[in-house]
Each structure stands twice: as structure tokens, then as C-alpha cells.
Design a protein around this ligand. Structure first.
Ligand code: AMP
Length: 345
């Protein structure tokens, strides 16, 4: 049970009204534990993965800061464009009617509209490290006004080779700032960032989804049969309505999606060889229920907030336990039950 209600937090009434409109009745554990510290201005290390409500945990107090105290800009660094867009979407709903501006600076999409938007004042800048640095080097993005920095999914940024970029950016944000770091795991390189760039942080740990009670996990033995046939047997079951299927390589994912489509199973795929627009369209069709299955690589699926996934299927084995946890965490969100199946030899 949370210790606080949203009403207890010292946040502006406009934000509380937006929360109500969004249908949030009580804080999640990470929100319950982190929001009071962030409101006090403390730095935070949050050990939490997606699905815990970490986005609102940092957005709510930071929006309150820029709105009531005019505390300068917020910079959020994320590993993927999709996650950046989701954060902006949440920001927009929490800050509705408050006249706060946002800009998303991510790679793989044209830079000119971002440059244009950066001419105006933005209360929040949400970006992936590579594009943020590109814009800084072009003199279009200036960090002098930033007073809060969020590293979201820091371990994913590390996995994706952004560690030096994170350091480059943090070194160029004024020292007089508020820094929050969220990560599902604490790799040594992340510990080092925390000790170099955070000031006496409070640690908040919410790792409940690791052993999620509401995910039923099982293996499917292939025993020399054709994996695609077995997958089709599952996908044609009535209760497999919204399924995420994970493959290991971009090429394998694309091939699998195509062969399922040929056999009349409606699928979309997301992987690194697709453009940003193609990924967004695939995601939308999946979210809208136009296709049964979304076939994805680990990297492309990272951080995506997709509700009501009935099943996760590990068509190819994940490489690490951490990847496994992230994959199966796509289902069984909130109070819903989910199922995770792993194909083994
Ligand atoms: P996140 O871990 O930030 O990706 O959030 C996971 C999901 O939980 C998102 O769909 C949020 O919109 C939702 N969520 C976050 N906080 C709450 C809350 N207090 N009540 C209900 N849903 C929430």
C-alpha cells in the first residue's frame, strides 16, 4: 500500500486535476517513494524498470518545479526515440493547460524541425544522446538553462553504447542542478556515473517486476519440429489476441513476420532496419488491434509502453536474463494476468 495519496504531494492543483483526468487514483510504489524526495530537490537513483510508473515519478515533481518555481529547463535522456515520444506524450497530458513547451530531439528523423522548435523556449527537452550532442555541436541546443537532468533507462543507454555521450552531456550541464537516474540494473559503469554526477542521491528500489506474480511463465519444447508451425499453432488460438514475439536478429524478425503474413496471420515487425516512421506505424497497428502479433528485436522493443499484451513469446532465446525480464515485462501489466512462453530446443 502506498504511504501517500496524490493529494498529499505538494504539487500544483493543475497537475492534480490532470492526474484525475488521466484516471490515476493512487501513486505506484516508485512514485510514492521518489516524489517526496524529488520535490525536496534531492538527487535520486531509482532502480526500476518500465511498468513501475517511473515516468510519472520524475515528471510530476519536475513539472511542478518548472511551473511553480520557474526553475529552468528539464533535460531527459533516453535510449530510444520511441521512449522519448512516450515521455513527451505523458508530459503533455500531465501538463495540460499549463502552457509548458516540450521538444523531442531524437535521431533517425529529420533534424530541421527540431532545430526550428529549439528556437523557442522549451521547458522540457527529451532526447537520445546522439542527437542531443549533434544539436549541441551545431550550436542549436544550449544547456545553460537546464536545472534538472533525468537519465531514463540508464542501463539501456549503456547497452547501446551511449555511455561516453551521457558523460559528455552531463559535463556540459550547469553543476547547480538536480539529477535523477533511473535504471533497471546497476552496472559498474552506471555506478560510476552516479558517483561522478549525482550529489548524495537517495536510492529508491522497486524491482517487483523481476518476479512478477501476474506473469505465468512456461517453456514450449520444439523437439525437432518446425518453430514457425508451432508459433502458428499458438497464434491461431482464440486467447492469443495481442502477442509480442521476440526474435534475435533484425533479419530473422523481418523474415518471420513476412512468412506469418503469407500464412494469413496478421503481423507487424519492429527492428533497427526500419525507419522511425515505419516503426511508429507498426506500433500503432498493433496497439489498435489491426494485427495479432508484433515481431520485435530486443533493442526495438525497449521501453515501449503497450498495454494489454496477452502473451509474450520468446521465439528465439534472449541473450541475457535481463533481456528475458524486459521481454516478459511487456505482459501482465497493472492488475492483468499475462503469459510468457519460451521456445526451447
Ligand atoms: P512507466 O513505468 O512509466 O512506463 O509506466 C507504466 C504504465 O503505468 C504507463 O502506462 C502509465 O501510464 C501507467 N501508470 C503510471 N503511474 C500510474 C498510476 N499512478 N496509476 C495508474 N497507472 C499508472
Amino acid at each position: 500500500m502506498p504511504k501517500h495519496k496524490f493529494e498529499d504531494f505538494a504539487i500544483d492543483i493543475s497537475i492534480k486535476k490532470n492526474l484525475e483526468r488521466k484516471g490515476y487514483t493512487k501513486p505506484t510504489q516508485i512514485q510514492d517513494e521518489a516524489i517526496p524526495h524529488i520535490l525536496e530537490g534531492r538527487d535520486i537513483v531509482g532502480l526500476a524498470n518500465t511498468g513501475t510508473g517511473k515516468t510519472a515519478a520524475f515528471l510530476l515533481p519536475l513539472i511542478n518545479g518548472v511551473y511553480t518555481k520557474k526553475t529552468g529547463q528539464i533535460l531527459v535522456l533516453t535510449p530510444t526515440r520511441e521512449l522519448a515520444l512516450q515521455i513527451e506524450e505523458e508530459f503533455t497530458t500531465f501538463a495540460r493547460g499549463m502552457n509548458l513547451a516540450s521538444v523531442v530531439c531524437v535521431g533517425g528523423t529529420p533534424i530541421t524541425p527540431q532545430i526550428r522548435k529549439l528556437r523557442n523556449y522549451n521547458h522540457i527537452i527529451i532526447g537520445t544522446p546522439g542527437r542531443v550532442i549533434d544539436l549541441m555541436k551545431r550550436g542549436r541546443l544550449k544547456l545553460e538553462g537546464v536545472r534538472s537532468v533525468v537519465l531514463d533507462e540508464a542501463d539501456r543507454m549503456l547497452d547501446m553504447g551511449f555511455i561516453n555521450d551521457m558523460r559528455f552531456i552531463l559535463e556540459r550541464v550547469p553543476k547547480d542542478r538536480h539529477t535523477l537516474c533511473f535504471s533497471a540494473t546497476m552496472a559498474p559503469a552506471i555506478e560510476a556515473i552516479v558517483s561522478d554526477f549525482l550529489n548524495d542521491p537517495v536510492k529508491v528500489s522497486v524491482k517487483t517486476r523481476d518476479t512478477a506474480k501476474n506473469i505465468d511463465q512456461d517453456v514450449v519444447r520444439i523437439g525437432g519440429r518446425d518453430k514457425v508451425d508451432i508459433l502458428i499453432e499458438h497464434l491461431t488460438h482464440d486467447d492469443f489476441t495481442r502477442v509480442m514475439v521476440f526474435g534475435r536478429t533484425k533479419h530473422g524478425v523481418e523474415k518471420l513476420s513476412k512468412s506469418l503474413n503469407k500464412r494469413n496471420i496478421r503481423t507487424e515487425s519492429i527492428h533497427g532496419n526500419k525507419s522511425h516512421g515505419q516503426r511508429q506505424r507498426a506500433l500503432k497497428r498493433f496497439k489498435d488491434g489491426e494485427v495479432t502479433a508484433l515481431i520485435a528485436t530486443d533493442v526495438a522493443a525497449r521501453g515501449l509502453d503497450i498495454n494489454d499484451v496477452t502473451h509474450v513469446i520468446n521465439f528465439d532465446l534472449p541473450e541475457t536474463y535481463d533481456d528475458y525480464v524486459h521481454r516478459i515485462g511487456r505482459t501482465g501489466r497493472g492488475d492483468k494476468m499475462g503469459k510468457a512462453l519460451t521456445f526451447v530446443g
